[in-house]
Ligand binder design. Structure first.
Ligand SMILES: Nc1nc2c(c(=O)[nH]1)N[C@H]1C(S)=C(S)[C@@H](COP(=O)(O)OP(=O)(O)OC[C@H]3O[C@@H](n4cnc5c(=O)[nH]c(N)nc54)[C@H](O)[C@@H]3O)O[C@H]1N2
Ligand SMILES: Nc1nc2c(c(=O)[nH]1)N[C@H]1C(S)=C(S)[C@@H](COP(=O)(O)OP(=O)(O)OC[C@H]3O[C@@H](n4cnc5c(=O)[nH]c(N)nc54)[C@H](O)[C@@H]3O)O[C@H]1N2
Ligand code: SF4
Ligand SMILES: [Mo]
Length: 745
């Protein structure tokens, strides 16, 4: 029996619509879904290879427990009972700070987040480590301070902008915007639109740019300071906008008035006149900006994104059509956790704050290894593979071996699972109902509730169900009145009323709401994730309801249920809301309702970024003469989501990429084995000589070094990264600037 079924790709945040031909419970053909309103028939090679993610030899089928010589299968009941007992005893003896959760909610399977995080809070801990705190939290910090909410970060208004400035973003390969190649291709060809790329190398996106500023690696803070200086010194700023919407401008203006932009450009190895032209275009056109890992994972990370916010603000490009806007959403992807508020925990040994509720994976090894009495002792990992994803694999290995309890929930036997005391099998995104909350559109709000299209093999559960069973065993879920079970079987409307009454009557019930819904409506629907989508639509904030009304849903008590029905009726995905395009300023949530441009804590840092100091700090290191870009998003990797190397058969996927000029000087030949060393470690890897890399820079992609059927595929680049090479505010890794040495192996 075969049937085409609608679903979506979970390999990046775009979640393109897919149609999959399923035969005998296997995905046999995949095509882009033209009916999906966000991707409109677009998909990349990763999505078209999704079957490799679903069907492979390392899929987990049963709960596993580590014993002396490997793993044994155990029942769910035994797994949940033993884990709950250990957890209770660790937290009882050492306090809640000894417990951390990591991952939870990847690129396309985010329903579990409400459950995992509710459980963590119920156990008294705030330690939530997530990959976003390994990339984006420095930027969230900047928006938190200037705009008032860490979740009100902005994206370019792609459809309306006429100049897109791409800084450290290789959208052609990494996407991070819907239908990236269509959009970037159109920008590149349209004479009325400008694509400007700032990237040290000729990336696939830079190749298509109208202007490419081939910046010296690691100097974006200096360049951004120079661009603002040029604009302010020339008087090109949008003074009307500043007068109306900005506070603190007078405090930051002096940072730029005497700054020597010409000298800065020389240090950035850029032509001053070209930089001046880009600054002038940015100040005068309907411009917008997308910055990504090239700057977020680089020197001065947090301050670079702060300077970029200043650049946008002085040009009047925030919250305006065609500029940078806050997209609409059903719920934000995290909560605002102002690091100045003592109620939010910092990490014990390293003192890093949670930003958007998340702590940085870079510090976890130190938090486990520290002698602090409340050090981390128990870690639960879901939808993450820290043993390959996060900096310093060697430090992670040592730290994880010191834990009293490590539990991994995954669909695959990963490198992290292999180290765990318990491994719990999750249903994949194609075996369960699930969704994502990432939004990359403006003003529309997107939703697709993917439905199961293949049956799970063995006993895996929805990840939300695993969290619910643990919560139940730990006694966190209050007794649920019979009427909730009964009404769940009758109608959603009756159930909604009963749930509302119960939540009003008992504050404990409100705190445990996801679990209550899971055990009642979730049971009735046969999916906790699906029931939670219904519940979310009932409790959605007012802002979303206004946005749903703009998209045509009837305001009133039944609105949530009406949207839920529409979600069910549209397996291809749909628009469930529309942000107000004329009132993006409503996202300004500071006390004075203005953009607060001045952040005193980093004044010294910003002012210290001068051509002289940068030149000094960037001087080569004789021992480690190359700059390693430790990680690269290309169409042959997908973080750690594709384990079977067959999907790249015949391709050269994991190499050290080097410029022909450098290879010539070192007398190295394409294809030969080389040894790459950094302060953290050494690896051996095949050399690829290519003009796509800048002189002095070398690249190793991430997402490799995965062991499959006894063989290791490629090199784990995080053997070469050090976890202390990180941003001082956000703790994010500086993977795009790792000093290294290359020698023949
Ligand atoms: N194919 C594929 N796509 C993916 C993923 C994947 O694994 N594979 N993963 C997804 C995820 S989780 C993420 S976070 C995104 C990341 O998406 P991107 O941020 O676009 O990914 P990178 O490859 O790191 O690209 C950053 C660019 O920055 C440049 N760069 C390096 N150093 C500097 C510098 O000093 N200054 C400047 N200005 N630029 C610099 C690099 O040359 C590179 O072209 O990709 C997503 N998409
Ligand atoms: N050196 C270096 N390191 C990097 C990067 C870099 O550029 N350089 N990039 C970084 C970036 S941007 C990111 S986002 C991180 C990503 O790092 P991680 O947070 O570790 O995420 P993934 O590598 O995508 O791993 C996702 C895991 O979830 C599992 N999974 C899939 N579906 C489900 C499900 O439904 N339920 C459960 N429970 N599990 C599931 C997959 O099998 C996989 O093991 O890596 C970072 N690491
Ligand atoms: S752009 Fe590619 S990887 Fe991202 S969701 Fe679409 S098909 Fe999947
Ligand atoms: Mo990422």
């Amino acid at each position: 029996m075969s049937e085409w079924k609608k679903t979506g790709c979970v390999l990046c945040g775009q979640n393109c619509g897919l149609e999959v031909l399923v035969e005998n419970n296997r995905m046999v053909k995949v095509k882009p879904d033209k009916d999906n309103p966000r991707s409109e028939g677009y998909a990349c090679r990763k999505g078209l290879n999704i079957a490799y993610h679903q069907h492979h030899d390392q899929r987990l089928t049963h709960p596993l427990k580590k014993v002396e010589d490997g793993f044994i299968k155990i029942s769910w009941d035994q797994a949940i009972t033993e884990i709950a007992e250990k957890l209770r005893s660790i937290v009882g003896e050492h306090g809640p700070r000894s417990l951390a959760f990591m991952g939870i909610g990847g690129l396309g399977c985010q329903s579990e987040a409400a459950f995992g995080l509710r459980l963590l809070r119920a156990l008294g801990s705030q330690y939530y480590y997530n990959a976003l705190a390994g990339e984006l939290t420095g930027m969230f910090w900047g928006y938190g301070r200037t705009v008032g909410r860490q979740y009100n970060f902005t994206i370019p208004d792609h459809d309306r902008t006429d100049m897109l400035l791409a800084i450290g973003w290789n959208g052609w390969m990494s996407h991070q915007m819907p239908q990236a190649r269509r959009h970037l291709g159109e920008m590149s060809k349209n004479p009325d639109k400008l694509l400007v790329v700032i990237d040290p190398r000729r990336s696939e996106t830079a190749e298509r740019a109208d202007i490419h500023l081939a910046i010296r690696p690691g100097t974006d803070a200096l360049l951004t300071r120079a661009m603002i200086a040029i604009i302010l010194q020339e008087g090109w700023q949008n003074q009307e906008y500043i007068d109306c919407y900005v506070s603190g401008f007078d405090k930051v203006k002096p940072w730029f008035m005497k700054f020597d932009a010409r000298e800065a450009c020389r240090v950035c190895e850029l032509d001053y006149d070209l930089v001046r032209e880009v600054a002038s275009l940015f100040a005068t056109r309907k411009s917008s900006m997308h910055q990504d890992l090239g700057v977020l994972m680089n020197r001065h990370s947090t301050v670079t994104t702060y300077l970029e916010i200043i650049l946008l603000a002085v040009c009047g490009r925030l919250f305006v059509p065609g500029g940078n806007v806050v997209p609409g959403c059903l719920v934000p992807i995290g909560s605002h956790t102002d690091e100045r508020d003592p109620k939010y925990w910092r990490t014990m040994a390293t003192g890093f704050p949670a930003l958007l509720g998340m702590h940085p994976p870079n510090v976890m090894p130190e938090e486990i290894m520290s002698g602090h009495p409340e050090r981390l002792r128990a870690v639960f990992v879901s939808q993450s593979n820290p043993m390959r994803s996060f900096a310093d694999t060697t430090a992670y290995e040592e730290a994880f071996s010191r834990l009293d309890l490590l539990v991994t929930i995954d669909i695959a036997m990963t490198e992290t699972a292999t180290m765990s005391d318990y491994v719990l099998p999750a249903r994949s995104s194609y075996e369960s109902w699930d969704t994502t909350y990432f939004q990359f559109n403006f003003p529309e709000v997107y939703c697709q509730m993917r439905r199961p299209i293949v049956d799970a093999v063995g006993e895996p559960l929805e990840t939300s169900e695993i969290w619910t069973r643990l919560a139940d065993k730990l006694g966190i879920i209050p007794a649920i009145p019979e009427v909730l079970f009964e009404s769940a079987g009758k109608s959603r409307l009756e159930y909604g009323q009963a749930l509302y009454m119960y939540m009003q009557s008992d504050p404990r019930a409100a705190a445990a709401m996801p679990f209550v819904v899971a055990k009642t409506l979730g049971k009735e629907m046969g999916s906790i994730n699906l029931a939670w989508m219904w519940a979310m639509l009932q409790i959605a904030p007012r802002g979303f309801k206004e946005s749903a009304a703009r998209a045509g849903f009837k305001p009133g008590l039944t609105m949530g249920d009406e949207i839920f029905q529409a979600v069910i009726d549209h397996p291809e995905g749909l628009w469930i809301g529309k942000a107000d395009p004329d009132n993006n300023f409503a996202n300004l949530r500071t006390e004075d309702k203005r953009l607060n441009l001045y952040i005193p804590e980093v004044e010294e840092w910003v002012c210290g970024i001068t051509p002289q100091s940068e030149e000094e700090q960037l001087k080569g290191d004789g021992n480690y003469p190359f700059i390693l870009m430790a990680g690269r998003h290309m169409d042959m990797n997908s973080n750690n989501m594709m384990r079977n190397p067959e999907w790249n058969k015949g391709r050269r996927a994991c190499t050290l990429a080097m410029n022909p000029g450098d290879a010539g000087k070192l007398n190295l030949a394409d294809g030969q084995k080389v040894k790459v060393s950094t302060e953290a470690g050494t690896v051996e890897i095949e050399l690829e000589i290519t003009g796509a890399v800048r002189l002095g820079q070398v690249i190793i992609p991430h997402g490799f070094g995965l062991s499959y059927n006894g063989k290791v595929y490629g090199v784990g680049v995080n053997r070469l990264t050090s976890s202390t090479h990180r941003d001082p505010i956000a703790g994010t890794p500086l993977h795009r600037y790792v000093r290294c040495r290359v020698e023949p192996a």
